[in-house]
Design a binder for this molecule. Sequence first.
Ligand code: NAP
Length: 299
Amino acid sequence: MKILITGSNGQLGNELADILSTGKGEIGAIDPAYQGAAVTSIDVAELDITNGKAVTEYVKSENFDLIINCAAMTNVDACETNFETALRVNALGARNLAVAANETASKFVHISTDYIFGGDADIPYAEWDTPAPATVYGKSKLLGERYVSEACSRAFIFRTSWLYGYVGNNFVKTIIGLAQKNEHIKVVYDQVGNPTHANDLAYHILKVALTDVYGFYHCTGSGICSWHEFATEIVRLTGLSCIVDPCTTDEFPRPAPRPAYSAMDNLMLRSTVGDEMRDWKDALKHFMDKFYSDAANAS
Ligand SMILES: NC(=O)c1ccc[n+]([C@@H]2O[C@H](COP(=O)([O-])OP(=O)(O)OC[C@H]3O[C@@H](n4cnc5c(N)ncnc54)[C@H](OP(=O)(O)O)[C@@H]3O)[C@@H](O)[C@H]2O)c1
């Protein structure tokens, strides 16, 4: 099996490459069908997905069985002012890959986000709920979803949220850094969602990609919390004495408005291959243990 991972330097790309090389995620072993797979991991320096001609030529010359697009412009605030780049990467770049995947009869996995929803629900969003993005990032990702569905007949679109992985920057690492330097930090309590370990998402992507049940999949960690609860648990696991004070979104304004409610229901996963996503606290504990043991081994 020939597999291409784009945006491979990012959080999710790294977890996918790791699972494919070791044959197992933190949840468990992946299907033996992936044994001996030839995995090509590339990022913008090797292939800029906004360059349609380069994407077509490269994909046609390699003829992959599976293409997993982890490339994206993920800086939500920067998207507000750089909306042309957001559109090019998150919508047109995704389309370029989807067209090339379709022309080469490859399966295509694309990753999207909870930000495509309006954030005003009071029960978790299911795959059939109507998108209503409030930010440029969310709008560009929604357009990307639509282009991918239109361009590729073998596409899986995974929506995830509050993602953290071992490589790259994320909320968990930010809070660890802040807790090391401060006695008190403030974190918003009036935004809730699902923290998602990138290793668990990668495991489920590889599980679903072996099927032909194309379409939309919500894939987030199990359980809902606020950013304040998430930060409090991170600090508790560090053993540091920093206190996490709750604050409101109004006290912490950002260029891109954040959804108040962005929890998602993994309905399609449950109804197809099964939802093995770990409880967010269990996945976080595993992450923190490994993060600290890797740091100790490196020093
Ligand atoms: N992070 C989250 O909390 C979150 C939540 C929901 C959904 N998602 C989605 O999940 C997916 C993976 O997210 P992630 O956190 O792993 O992202 P990430 O860590 O930001 O990685 C994205 C990678 O894509 C690369 N990239 C940017 N523009 C590119 C281009 N034109 N061509 C090729 N590569 C390009 C980036 O390079 P540079 O760093 O050099 O720009 C980076 O290495 C994305 O689709 C994202 O929208 C993420």
